[in-house]
Design a protein around this ligand. Structure first.
Ligand code: 3PY
Ligand code: MG
Length: 253
């Protein structure tokens, strides 16, 4: 991996489509990574991943053209660095509610002078042909994707100031937590207005926006038309669950 193709697509105004992994299975990661998606997200905030399964999933994904990214369990330096050592090329930070929290995310993910990432990198070094640590750290900082999740009412209110933080490559809306925080339902008018407000803030700040889609191509196409660039089209659990459900519904028992 000489360059982060998802980062390139976002910078060029193109869409990058991926799938969310929750089941903690490197075998599922390997399988799905061969479907020519732009990215796969190993979710360590929710889901079933132990750290060895994270490493084995990145080993499988990085053999394909799909970019390995991860959602960190929470905005902590040690957790971010462990995912980077394991080989992620993008970090999704959940529950970023303020400019200060966004600054912390950038600080943990990038080396000096842009941040204060601790020197390590283990598996990330396998992606790069840089010989010295200095050239590796410069390369990895350029190729790292930093994505902040906007998924509370407070984050929507602060979206413009969050997205003014230098080093943030994209924001990503978590519809379920957003609905919970707003005490409304996914899909309500109130909820949709908050999504649109975040999208407007992202356009104003020139930072690409992404969103988690739950119901398939129609929803994903609508979000693409609205101008979302980072689209999660499904999760491993949803793909398995919806297939079984559909077949069961059609069975003539
Ligand atoms: C949410 O909907 O809150 C999410 O975080 C999606 O992963
Ligand atoms: Mg969430």
């Amino acid at each position: 991996m000489k360059e982060n193709l998802v980062k390139n697509k976002l910078e060029n105004g193109e869409a990058a489509v991926g799938v969310w992994l929750s089941l903690g299975s490197p075998n599922i990661a390997e399988y799905i990574a061969n479907f020519e998606l732009d990215w796969l997200c190993v979710d360590t905030q929710h889901g079933l991943f132990g750290h060895n399964q994270v490493i084995r999933s990145f080993q499988a994904i990085s053999k394909t053209g799909t970019v390995p990214i991860a959602r960190v369990a929470s905005n902590e330096r040690f957790l971010v660095n462990k995912l980077q050592d394991a080989g992620t090329m993008g970090i999704i930070f959940p529950m970023i509610n303020s400019k200060k929290e966004a600054e912390k995310a950038v600080d943990y993910a990038l080396h000096s002078p842009k941040g204060s990432r601790s020197c390590g990198g283990a598996r990330q070094k396998l992606y790069s042909d840089k010989k010295s640590f200095e050239s590796f750290s410069q390369w990895v900082d350029e190729e790292t994707l930093i994505i902040v999740m906007i998924e509370t009412a407070q984050a929507v209110k602060n979206a413009e100031s969050i997205l003014s933080v230098e080093g943030i490559d994209a924001c990503f809306i978590g519809p379920r937590d957003l609905a919970t925080s707003m005490e409304t339902k996914v899909g309500s008018k109130l909820h949709e207005n908050a999504i649109m407000k975040t999208l407007e803030a992202s356009k104003k700040k020139g930072v690409p926006a992404g969103i988690y889609c739950f119901t398939g191509a129609e929803e994903a196409n609508k979000r693409l038309e609205q101008g979302f660039q980072l689209i999660s089209i499904a999760s491993d659990t949803a793909l398995i669950g919806s297939s079984i459900h559909r077949i069961n519904e059609e069975l003539k028992l």
